[in-house]
Write a protein that binds this ligand. Structure first.
Ligand code: HEM
Length: 479
């Protein structure tokens, strides 16, 4: 069936091959509004790319509960074994631009949007259980070191290692990043973590602390450095293509979701601050408890509409789930929706990919690109005597106690070394050798004083770790 080519206002277009001109040889007429609209719309095709995590791939799927967790959370989408909830996932790299290579050494973003009957619940995590820093005040500085040098517009290893060596809380994540887990083979072959602690609360109003772990059923597969570098040239979109092709071929990737659960009172006595996002909770202390499985089974039809315009925020929670005092998390609760208003627009939540399946009733109105009915003639204020929209006090998150004085408090513990060292010692000999080789290669161009400062951190994590990096860099270190 043929269809008429039209302008965006629906009028038939007479000619889409030849601009209207004065005479055979031009010039072009200003009255050729079809040409002008086409060029003008094209100029506006780009929205700002995400300031971080700009390169990504997404897929639709569902979550299915496989274990009863009702005693800890009243989240409706987790309420019974067998219950399924539709979801959308976006995987990403962090530091590169929208056109950067998928196999760059970087953490991978792991964002999940559950479309629950109580509203959207977003877990906006990474493929690593920890992060480089633990105070949101440091985030813009950290990211500047991962982006381009202001003068050269090139990536700047000196800035990266300068920042890391002066921020030793990064050591655990740096050790993960320079292991082969820093170059996952595909998005299907990696785990996902909330990294932060969240609260779960049940129907009785009792709360626990939780951390989420998505475990890949495809198995962990990583590139070694040389293969990742080669692939960045051969096929910069390797992981994006892999996800799309796998789903198209009916190989639907699956992750099992587990939680670690910490009783509320343990947070006061645990051997370190459990809300410190640079540290993992020991699985001996808090074993993994199965929750369900996530299956990705449908590709987006349109990348821009579904992946580029998707807006994930850690602030999007549902009844049964709450926040923790984790300072980084608290900073993120502001940052994401603010980024969305700038990047996509005030009414980004109403776009099809972000719109909840739960009905939305509130009194927010207007704003740029208000493309739904804008609440029609219904009241735009609350309380009112007309629309019957009421609050639900029972969904309030469980309170947690806070004490102390206001101030710019440091974290009480400066042990940046034990967990990084434990991780190093856990690696096989080959994995350790790859880690050292990856670090030594990445640090070649770095200033000597920065090399020395960083090697001293590796030594404090594990003497042989530091000594091997020092040897690779051909430097002497006197602690
Ligand atoms: C994306 C800020 C820490 C995971 C973003 C974006 C911003 C941001 C502004 C772009 C959002 C958008 O335009 O849609 C911050 C700040 C942080 C922080 C201020 C610390 C205070 C973290 C941590 C994680 C994380 C600790 C993981 C545990 C992600 C992911 C995305 C993202 C996965 C991509 C979301 C998507 O797929 O659309 N972050 N971030 N971020 N961030 Fe963070």
């Amino acid at each position: 069936m043929t269809k008429k080519l039209t302008t965006s206002t629906g009028s038939p277009v007479a000619d889409n091959q030849h601009s209207q001109t004065a005479g055979q040889r031009g010039p072009v007429l200003l009255e050729d509004f079809h040409l002008i609209e086409k060029l003008a719309h094209f100029n506006r095709e780009r929205i700002p790319e995400r300031v971080v995590h700009a390169k990504g791939a997404g897929a639709h799927g569902y979550f299915e509960v496989t274990n009863d967790v009702l005693k800890w959370t009243r989240a409706s989408f987790l309420s019974e074994v067998g219950k399924q909830t539709p979801l959308f996932v976006r995987f990403s790299t962090v530091g590169g631009e929208k056109g950067s290579a998928d196999t760059e050494r970087d953490p991978r973003g792991f964002s999940v949007k559950f479309y629950t009957e109580d509203g959207n619940y977003d877990i906006v995590g990474n493929n690593t259980p920890v992060f480089f820093i633990r105070d949101p005040l440091k985030f813009p500085d950290f990211i500047h070191t991962q982006k381009r040098n202001p003068a050269t517009n090139c990536k700047d290893p000196n800035a990266m290692w300068d920042f890391w060596s002066l921020s030793p809380e990064s050591l655990h994540q740096v050790t993960i990043l320079f292991s082969n887990r820093g170059t996952p083979k595909t998005y299907r072959h990696m785990h996902g973590f909330s990294s932060h602690t969240f609260q779960w609360n049940n129907h009785a109003g009792e709360a626990v602390w939780v951390k989420y772990h998505f475990k890949t059923e495809q198995g962990i597969e990583n590139f070694r450095r040389v293969d990742a570098v080669k692939m960045a040239g051969d096929d910069p979109d390797y992981a994006t293509r892999d996800l799309f092709d796998s789903i198209q071929q009916g190989q639907h990737p699956v992750w099992k979701l587990y939680v670690q659960i910490m009783p509320l009172q343990d947070a006061n006595t645990y051997r370190f601050d459990p809300f410190d996002v640079t540290k993992v909770w020991s699985q001996k202390d808090y074993p993994l408890i199965e929750v369900g499985r996530m299956v990705l089974n449908r590709n987006p039809e349109n990348y821009f509409a579904e992946v580029e315009q998707a807006t994930f925020s850690p602030a999007n929670i549902v009844p049964g789930i709450g926040f923790s005092p984790d300072k980084m998390l608290q900073g993120r609760l502001f940052a994401y929706a603010d980024a969305h208003r700038y990047r996509v627009g005030t009414n980004h939540d109403a776009l099809p990919i972000n719109r909840p399946i739960a009905p939305v009733h509130n009194h927010q109105r207007d704003g740029s690109m208000r493309f739904d009915g804008n609440g029609g003639a219904s009241p735009n204020y609350e309380p009112n005597s007309y629309d019957g929209i009421k609050e639900t006090p029972s969904v309030a998150t469980a309170p947690y106690e806070v004490t102390g004085q206001t101030g710019s408090h440091k974290y009480p513990s400066d042990d940046h070394y034990t967990q990084a060292g434990d991780l190093y010692r856990l690696l096989s000999e080959t994995e350790q050798t790859d880690l050292i080789d990856n670090i030594v290669t990445a640090m070649q161009s770095v200033a000597l004083d920065i090399k020395i400062r960083q090697v001293n951190h590796f030594i404090l994590a594990d003497e042989s770790f530091g000594a091997r990096v020092a040897k690779g860099l051909q430097i002497q270190v006197n602690q």
